[in-house]
Design a protein around this ligand. Structure first.
Ligand code: IFM
Length: 441
């Protein structure tokens, strides 16, 4: 892949937050030390995970977190985004003690803890189709903030509610395996409500630095024909507006509010609680055209023929091991489009995930991907977008949901037989980037 590696990466504004991200279910293991989540039941069903694996051990982070904090300190990141497992926190003192220690160790290592309060591992007895789950989440958040809020100052409510709705409840590819298509929309609404209630609970506990991590990417129409443009606009609504409009504008896109349950107008007031920053997870753009009347297999997901759009290949760009196109300029395009669409309703942006799956420890392809995306991010900053941070997905190779352990996103290689951690070439590359960004005297 062509890189710009000869030229130094431009400097980002002072105070820019550099970090890496993980999530609880993907790295923690120690499944027998917590309550079950929807993912435990899902992975136990044959055929759900491509390599037949589960996250019962994963990276065994619960028992090896000191080694992982040392890797973070060695990397020199300002911040570490991880998630708090609701099933672990419900399992009593041991769960809370683990996060207490992790947060203490991060602070002692000079790495700012940035927890996500929900990253898909819902307790097995709860269901996002039920409104009550949002209320239960808010109670849970109050308890957690009360315990960790003396050391945690930056919070993320939810991770990618769009993917959790689409993959987990509409298409049946992720837990809990619902194949409800558009009947899954209440799942989106209840997560948004949970977010708003969580923001209120965090504010009540004194938190002053709150965001959400939403996945977004440019949608490119497959052609200029009306049917393709219309299908692409609809896909864009699902990915880029269904969650962002209620959060930032306090309303659903036209025609969507009527499909949501409950007193939608009252809920929107909660959902639109002001945020301190808006997190964006960016991986790639999507090319979309009119439906093709047949099931489509794309990026590991089977899309049913009934969908009013079809996802198409993006040609002319390299692809990652996952088959996702590598399009750094898509990040600049996305950020400037968000700025133009939401104007002063868009708070400062943080890139809460960006990364790629490639095998190997000498991962030059990952370096090229990250190098390209950091430069593309800088171009967005130069274009006037207020971006305050960037987090690489991910610190460690980990359990990549329905793909199992086959897709490796880590800066650190994990041998899933011995659990040995080996920093990859990209870990050293990122460390050098962070050093070069340090303020000069
Ligand atoms: O591993 C996931 C993560 O859990 C959510 N965002 C995308 C990543 C890569 O697929």
């Amino acid at each position: 892949m062509a890189t710009d590696a000869g030229n130094p990466i431009p400097r980002f504004p002072a105070g820019f937050l550099w970090g890496v991200s993980t999530s609880a279910h993907q790295i923690e293991g120690a499944a027998d030390e917590r309550e079950p989540s929807v993912w435990d039941a899902f992975t136990a069903e044959p055929g759900r995970v491509k390599d037949g694996s589960t996250a019962a051990v994963a990276c065994d982070h619960v028992h090896r977190h000191r080694e992982d904090v040392a890797l973070l300190a060695g990397l020199g990141v300002d911040a570490y985004r991880f998630s708090l497992s609701w099933p672990r926190l419900r399992s009593g003192k041991k769960g809370l003690d683990f996060y207490d220690r992790l947060v203490d160790d991060l602070c002692a290592a000079g790495v700012r803890p940035v927890p996500t309060l929900f990253h898909w591992d819902l307790p097995a007895d709860l269901d996002w189709l039920e409104r009550d789950t949002a209320e239960r989440f808010a109670e849970h958040v109050s308890l957690v903030a009360g315990r960790l809020g003396d050391r945690v100052t930056k919070w993320i409510t939810l991770n990618e509610p769009a993917e959790h709705t689409l993959l987990g409840h509409a298409l049946g590819v992720h837990a809990p395996g619902g194949k409800l298509l558009f009947d899954a929309l209440p799942v989106a609404h209840h997560q948004l409500l949970a977010h708003g209630l969580a923001v209120r609970a965090l504010r009540a506990s004194g938190a002053a630095d709150i965001g959400i991590a939403n996945s977004h990417g440019p949608t490119w129409a497959a052609s200029t024909e009306a049917a393709d443009v219309e299908a692409a606009e609809f896909y864009d609504l699902l990915l880029n507006r269904l969650f962002a409009d209620p959060l930032l504008l306090g309303r659903y896109p036209d025609g969507i509010g009527e499909l949501m349950p409950g007193d939608v107008e009252a809920d929107l007031k909660v959902i639109a609680e002001p945020l301190d920053w808006y997190g964006i997870n960016y991986y790639a753009p999507t090319r979309v055209g009119a439906p093709q009347g047949a099931e489509i297999e794309f990026g590991g997901v089977t899309m049913p023929a009934e969908l009013p759009f079809s996802v198409r290949e993006i040609e002319g760009h390299p692809v990652t091991d996952f088959g996702w196109p590598v399009v750094p300029e898509g990040l600049t395009e996305l950020l400037t489009a968000f700025r133009d669409r939401y104007g002063d309703r868009l708070p400062p942006v943080v890139i809460t995930e960006n990364g790629c799956s490639y095998p190997g420890v000498d991962d030059q392809d990952r370096i090229a991907y990250l190098d390209g995306h950091v430069r593309a991010l800088h171009r967005a900053v130069e274009a006037g977008v207020d971006v305050r941070g960037y987090f690489v997905w991910s610190l460690l190779d980990n359990f990549e949901w329905a793909e199992g352990y086959a897709r490796r996103f880590g800066l650190v290689h994990v041998d899933f037989g011995t659990l040995e951690r080996t920093p990859k070439a990209s870990y050293h590359w990122y460390r050098e980037l962070l050093r070069a960004q340090e303020p000069t005297a």
